[in-house]
Design a protein around this ligand. Structure first.
Ligand SMILES: [Zn+2]
Length: 239
């Protein structure tokens, strides 16, 4: 009864393949998870950098303003000094020259004051942007943590399912001939987790190559394991 035996063995491999296809897909999904988390973290870090840049801009503005304020104080002091000297002058000519100097210094002071005012306005704008960015970032953080949690939960789910599948696989292996199993495993490793495929529309279910009628007949005879000439996968007929 060798023919019946081979058919049973092949059906065993088909069941094994169902498990292995799920295992293969889950392991691929699992392998991608650390990268998914890393991408989320990087994206969130980039968003934080926007806020950091705004905060730096705000500090720079404050620093520049402090300098301008010092400049203005020096200018005010200079105007005061010139004014005090004004009435000690002897000639009308000297008086006119100094008055011009005072006017120039005051004009310089106005320019500095204007710059300080503009700087305050810019600071207000940036502060508003910072508030906005902070609110946005809080929302982003919530999303980021939620997405990360989803990935972690899925990872646990996959690991749980994988140990379940592993146990099922061990049970199935009991009924499969070791030599046949090692052949199956060899193809599984080299063919993207797909070792045994059903014939569909007279073609190989793995590489879709059309199979000659005599090959299909050979499969149905269950005397030998028949593999696809193109992709080397074991062929079977699903009844
Ligand atoms: Zn093929």
């Amino acid at each position: 009864m060798a023919a019946i035996d081979l058919k049973t063995q092949i059906m065993g491999l088909v069941s094994l393949q169902e498990l292995d296809s799920e295992i293969y897909a889950l392991k691929n999904e699992l392998a991608a998870k650390p990268q998914e988390i890393k991408a989320l973290e990087e994206s969130f870090e980039t968003k934080k950098q926007g806020l950091a840049a705004l905060e730096k801009q705000s500090l720079d503005l404050q620093k520049q303003r402090k300098e301008k304020e010092l400049e203005l104080a020096t200018n005010t002091e200079a105007v005061k000094k010139l004014n005090s000297q004004l009435y000690a002058l002897k000639t009308n000519k000297e008086f006119q020259v100094m008055q011009q100097q005072i006017a120039d210094a005051k004009a310089d002071g106005s320019v500095i004051e204007e710059k300080i005012l503009i700087s305050f306005e810019e600071s207000d704008k940036i502060k508003a942007q910072i508030d906005q960015e902070n609110a946005k970032l809080k929302e982003e953080e919530k999303n980021f943590l939620q997405q990360k949690k989803t990935i972690q939960e899925r990872t646990e789910e996959i690991n749980g399912r994988l140990s379940q599948l592993d146990a099922e696989r061990k049970r199935l292996l009991v009924g499969i001939d070791p030599k046949m199993f090692s052949e199956y495993e060899r193809i599984l490793q080299s063919r993207d987790g797909l070792a045994i495929v059903a014939v569909k529309d007279n073609s190989c279910g793995g590489c879709h190559m059309l199979l000659p009628p005599q090959v299909i007949n050979l499969i149905k005879m269950y005397e030998h394991i028949i593999t696809c000439e193109v992709c080397n996968r074991i062929l079977c007929i699903k009844e």
